[in-house]
Design a protein around this ligand. Structure first.
Ligand code: HEM
Length: 478
């Protein structure tokens, strides 16, 4: 408040007529917003066309929004891309805060995200990781580089398709290459600020001229064909007890169950499949790629984490899920990688439901809230030597990734926190532990550590822009 008791204006970079600050976001909004926040502070107001958006860039302001005022800002804005992909907000991620979202989230937590269900699908993960090890072993025998971006995406696709959808990805309408392209494009579109959402009256024309509208429709169509096929593969009666997640959703449709105020239809089933496909696969793959990238850049850390896994686990065909609990340094490596490379650098946008204050600034209903966790992970007020990859910083620290430590929020926090924190974490730990145990990793001929780039790809998920290629060699436990 000012001396006169009036509320202060939120610091705001000057914008242009009609588009406001949209032109300042660039290809990588989390980085542009980080730079702007250095000048305008950790609470910053932008005009995205005619939509007000508050950007939070510090531990303290994130805590005020996501913990103290979560109930005031836990809705989602209705944006064209999300609306189209989610069959008009019939999923969890893009749904506004309402009874439908509450019931659906509860249902999916019981059916799919619970620890019990995750343990049940462990044999699938074992099999898929074993297949991955065998395929890398071939490259190790020939000393050829492995494209880890491709491998990690394929691993997560296979695990999610089999464990959540009960189908083999290889037999579907999507080839590996088309799927990779589809994921990249969809995430890029969801992460870019579309003119239709922010520029009144003429925004859709801009999106049509730039080709965004057409690409969005094509992607939604391809994904729809994929869900149709999964649903087709589930036709026919199932014995009691042998239902998988898709069968349970189809049963809700058949019984015309009411969820929230909505009768469950085929579109609700597809929207939920979309959530699992988009939210579940890319995020885990991105986490694994960045961790391996940082390890390749930091040979000291690579050798320390491999020694931990090999010494603690002994001779093994596969590092088992139960082994992971004792791998404390591996867990610190993953946290450190999430600090520098959170898979969703701006989380998902929130929309304010009712007025509240952050740092004495009033935030109005309908304002969008973007929490820049990418900036928070690099804040020198919070982290000593923030640019250094130093997993030891988590030694004797109680910072965790479950949404209570506001300096490290790879899964978000509050009511909208990722419902699959446990599923995502175990998937990343399990995949990395096995690849680090079975192989030593070197850079391709002629490449030096300084040549490994850290460029982000544009999009909702900040993947590594250029593929990571490393040469594996067998590790033999004597
Ligand atoms: C390492 C892996 C993962 C990471 C880093 C991650 C991260 C995130 C983040 C940052 C959000 C947004 C939170 C917010 O807005 O505050 C989110 C939401 C969500 N995630 Fe994850 N996620 C991961 C894995 C998964 C998996 C495996 C699934 C499902 C199979 C999943 C399903 C969801 C859903 C449904 C939401 C929307 C929640 C809501 O709006 O209520 N995620 N995730």
């Amino acid at each position: 408040r000012t001396n006169k008791g009036k509320h202060r204006q939120i610091p705001s970079p000057p914008g242009l007529p009609i588009i406001g600050n949209l032109h300042q976001l660039g290809e990588l909004p989390h980085q542009s917003l980080w730079n702007l926040s250095k000048k305008y502070g950790p609470v910053m107001l932008l005009k995205l066309g005619n939509v007000p958006a508050v950007i939070l860039s510090s531990t303290e302001t994130a805590k005020q929004a996501l913990r103290d005022h979560d109930i005031h800002c836990c809705s989602r804005p209705s944006l064209v891309g999300g609306r189209q992909l989610s069959y008009n907000h019939r999923d969890i991620s893009f749904s506004p805060y309402n009874d439908y979202w509450k019931e659906l989230r509860k249902l999916c937590t019981q059916e799919i995200f619970s620890a019990k269900n995750i343990h049940k699908t462990q044999p699938i993960k074992d099999l898929e990781v074993k297949k991955l090890i065998d395929s890398i072993a071939e490259s190790a025998s020939h000393k050829t580089p492995v494209n880890l971006n491709k491998k990690f995406l394929a691993l997560n696709v296979s695990i999610v398709c089999k464990s959540a959808f009960g189908v083999n990805f290889e037999g579907t309408v999507l080839s590996n290459d088309r799927f990779k392209e589809l994921m990249r494009e969809t995430f890029e579109m969801l992460g870019s600020f579309s003119a239709s959402d922010f520029v009144p009256y003429i925004g859709w024309i801009i999106d049509r001229l730039t080709g965004l509208q057409g690409r969005r429709a094509k992607n939604a169509q391809d994904l729809d064909a994929f869900y149709e096929q999964i649903i087709d593969l589930h036709k026919g009666e199932k014995e009691v007890g042998s239902e998988d997640f898709v069968d349970s959703l189809l049963r809700l449709e058949k019984e015309e169950t009411v969820v929230g105020n909505d009768k469950f239809t085929r579109n609700n089933v597809k929207a939920i499949l979309m959530d699992i496909l988009l939210a579940g696969i890319e995020t885990s793959a991105i986490s694994m790629i960045w961790a391996m990238t940082e390890l390749a850049r930091n040979p000291r850390v690579m050798s320390k984490v491999q020694s931990e896994i090999r010494n603690k686990c002994g001779k093994r065909e596969l590092i088992r899920y139960e082994d992971i609990d004792q791998l404390h340094y591996l867990k610190m490596v993953i946290k450190e990688s999430w600090r520098l490379h959170p898979p969703a650098p701006l989380l998902l946008p929130r929309e304010v439901i009712s007025e509240f204050e952050i740092d004495g600034y009033k935030i109005q209903p309908k304002t969008q809230i973007h929490v820049n966790v990418w900036a928070i992970g690099r804040d020198p007020d919070t982290w000593k030597d923030p640019d250094e990859f130093l997993p030891e910083r988590f030694l004797d620290s109680n910072i965790d990734t479950k949404g209570q430590s506001f300096e490290l929020l790879p899964f978000g926090s509050g009511r909208r926190i990722c419902p699959a924190v446990y599923m995502g974490t175990t998937m990343v730990e399990f995949g990395l532990a096995n690849l680090l145990y079975h192989f030593d990793w070197e850079l391709p001929d002629g490449m030096a550590v300084e040549h490994i780039d850290l460029e982000d790809a544009p999009g909702l998920g900040a993947n590594k822009k250029n593929d990571l290629l490393l040469v594996p060699s067998h590790f033999y436990y004597l």
